[in-house]
Ligand binder design. Sequence first.
Ligand code: FPP
Length: 252
Amino acid sequence: MALFKLPFTNKDTKKIHNSYDKVPDHIAIIMDGNGRWAQKKGLPRIAGHREGMDNIKRIVKIANTYNVKILTLYAFSTENWKRPSTEIDFLMKLPIDFLQHYLPELIEENVRIQTIGEIDDLPINTQTAILRAIENTSHNTGLILNIAINYGSKFEIVQSIKSICNDILQGEYKVDDITEETITEHLYTSHLTDPDLLIRTSGELRLSNFLLWQSAYSELWFTDTFWPDFDEEEFEKAINDYQKRKRRYGGI
Ligand code: FPP
């Protein structure tokens, strides 16, 4: 049985102790509502993205305290290229800023950074910052902070199928040998367990091309709170609700 770290706060010790029982190993989050958060405050949308970036650090710290193993965050989708170029440029700089500010702390917290998505299509300085962070944290053994960037689930599945077809053409196996595991093994997430809990902030109730294959049996949790305001209390609420769910995977 996992040994949990001490609670990071004793605001409500009982609740937090209960929360350590049956914590999801893998939490995936659609960090939505940055733009609306900013608009509500009369700020430009990019101010919401910056605040959203800072919130990543706060939530990583909390997730780590809960002994979550994997935190997958949807930072930029393959569809987000449709946004105005000024916003895209800003979003592409955020990983650089984030890592400049927070990498030393993340290393201290034993966080391992990974990504899913087509990194090669990102601006070169964004790629460099990300690859350096992946390298510098590769020996860490704590929480995996898995950033989905230039990620699209349908694209991922298409790539998986293409790769399987190539394997077949190479004579590695036959069409009849393809199983669900074959598809899983060819996804970006082949080395990860599926998300146990998938959270979306900001009141939108959809998956937006995020982890469609992997979330087949994830528990879904939605909140009206915008991502920059998604805090420790909200995180606890999601965990507490998850703990009440009965995961039957189609059984009884
Ligand atoms: C969705 O909110 C959010 C995004 C498309 C970007 C999320 C990115 C971050 C939180 C920071 C990324 C930083 C790193 C380090 C990877 P929205 O802008 O669509 O919100 P809206 O629906 O209110 O307009």
